[in-house]
Design a protein around this ligand. Structure first.
Ligand code: GLN
Length: 506
């Protein structure tokens, strides 16, 4: 049994050694990461030392913590002291952070063993992990397809059995969408629930760190470890951390579940949902959301109704503007955040005749095309004369989104939608940026509002590939969100195993 909970329990009682657990996972990485490319770096030596220290603690009768001996993969935009942190960009070549991100510290203090740093779209900008300077990550379900992004390496690592847990970052969907495409669980916590200290900034008002796991209980365990106030992050919320694992036992009976009309449309299953009680979708319905995906959402709603929840349709009109608002605000923030890569402070430097030329040459050589395009668009949106028309307007849409969610949560405890509008797609299939950006239609609204949201696998769609259902909740409503996710997990049809896991040694 290779769930994180089981490993930690076994290591604590001395039934299994952390060093043996680690070797098992390292063996699987060795055998299959050549195909998947989930990792930018496997930190085997450091992991062996950590695991040995955990075994020594157990031998001395000490408790190494809730993640005792659990191998964890960290997205390569999380700072790890003395270990290269690349953001999958040439720009950070050779840079080793002088400190650990808070989440790296809390995971390590809980007994976790860092096994490696995972691949991502450069600076977390993308939805497929095709935009990494080090080459793409492949989906363990089908190596010809993307794992999603930008945390594709973390999602693929967990799906392929390279680590029971991984952390990623979610600015517009980068945890939930790859979790969905790789058939695993991914959580974006409430903005401020988890410290961002040591997360390389993309769009600071959206960025949030969260866990990937093979099941809801493991995700809840990891979330509990990384949550909590951190004085080093000024946006961190000083709220007590609930017992997330206890929330999994809660019944969904009487809970009010709203299926978001704009994100599901009038699928052919409409009449069947909730015994026909759902009615038709009101308001504008976004196109480009595949029917195989929405059908699973309706089935998930049915399953919750069977478990005693009250299911209905809800309109959240502002979600139709989410993508446009996000791609203005996120790019504006990115243009400011990425100004720090100037050839003097971090990583790469390309020499020039003077400082200005050095800056220019460094940025030209260090950033990939997608990052450059975003910096230019973000700078444009903030420039004098355009600020009000673009950035200002986008901020007003953000406020509208907040209000529309508040209205929906007056009538419903949680909301359901697809996580991704489609199952895992083939490399190159969404090469045009607008098509790629549409991957985030369903996930972006929760980044605009700052509310928690997660993806839970619920059956398969086209080509028997995994589909994820998104559960959204109001700010700090993770317990209810997790209770609903656990109920969905219990009702979900079993997923086929990724080919790679079937072929693996254990
Ligand atoms: N795909 C989105 C983007 O490209 C979201 C990325 C993320 O969440 N880091 O901006």
């Amino acid at each position: 049994m290779n769930a994180a909970r089981a490993i930690a329990a076994d290591v604590r009682t001395g039934t299994r050694r952390a060093t043996d657990v680690l070797e098992e996972f390292l063996g699987r990485i060795e055998a299959h990461d050549g195909d998947v490319h989930a990792f930018n770096a496997v930190t085997a030596e450091r992991a062996r030392a950590t695991a040995a220290a955990i075994d020594a603690a157990v031998d001395e009768g000490r408790n190494p913590g809730p993640l005792a001996g659990v191998p964890v993969a960290f997205k390569d935009n999380l700072c790890t002291r003395g270990v290269a942190t690349t953001c999958s960009s040439r720009m950070l070549e050779g840079w080793q952070p002088p400190y650990d991100a808070t989440v790296v510290q809390t995971m390590t203090a809980a007994g976790a063993v860092m096994i490696g740093k995972t691949n991502l779209d450069e600076f977390a900008m993308g939805s497929s992990t095709e935009h990494s300077a080090f080459g793409p990550t492949r989906n363990p379900y089908d190596l010809a397809r993307v794992p999603g992004g930008s945390s594709g390496g973390s999602a693929a690592a967990v799906a392929a059995g390279f680590a029971p847990l991984a952390l990623g970052s979610d600015t517009g969907g980068s945890i939930r969408q790859p979790a969905s495409l790789c058939g695993i669980v991914g959580i974006k916590p409430t903005y401020g629930r988890v410290s961002r200290f040591g997360l390389v900034a993309f769009a600071s008002s959206f960025d949030q760190i969260g866990p990937f796991a093979t099941d809801v209980a493991d995700a809840a365990l990891a979330l509990g470890v990384i949550s909590g106030h951190d004085p080093a992050d000024s946006t961190s919320i000083p709220a007590a951390v609930p017992d997330f694992e206890a929330a999994l036992e809660r019944s969904v009976e009487g809970l009010r579940v709203g299926v978001v009309s704009e994100l599901t449309g009038s699928g052919r299953n409409d009449a069947a949902v909730g015994g026909g009680a759902l009615g038709d979708a009101a308001g504008e319905v976004l196109d480009g959301i595949d029917a195989d995906v929405t059908e699973r959402v309706f089935e998930a709603a049915d399953a919750l109704a069977d478990a005693g929840a009250t299911v209905g349709r809800v309109s959240v009109p502002a979600v139709t503007y989410g993508l446009t608002a996000y791609y203005l605000i996120a790019l504006a923030e990115a243009s400011s955040n990425l100004a720090r890569y100037d050839g003097t402070r971090y990583g790469l430097r390309v020499e020039g005749a003077d400082v200005e030329e050095m800056n220019r040459m460094t940025r030209r050589a260090g950033f990939g095309d997608e990052v450059k395009a975003r910096i230019m668009l973000g700078t444009f949106a903030l420039s004098a004369g355009y600020y009000d028309a673009y950035y200002g307007k986008a901020q007003r849409v953000r406020m509208l989104t907040r209000r529309d969610f508040d209205a929906a949560y007056a009538d419903f405890d949680v909301l359901l939608s697809p996580t991704s509008p489609c199952v895992a797609f083939r490399f190159g299939e969404r090469a045009d940026p607008m098509t790629m950006y549409r991957c985030d239609t369903c996930t972006i609204p929760s980044n605009l509002s700052g509310d928690p949201a997660m993806s839970v696998p619920f059956g398969t769609g086209a080509e028997d590939l995994p589909v994820g259902v998104q559960v959204m909740a109001p700010a700090l409503g993770e317990e209810t969100m997790l209770a609903v996710a656990a109920a969905l997990e219990r009702a979900a049809p079993p997923l086929p195993k990724p080919q790679l896991v079937e072929g693996a040694a254990t």
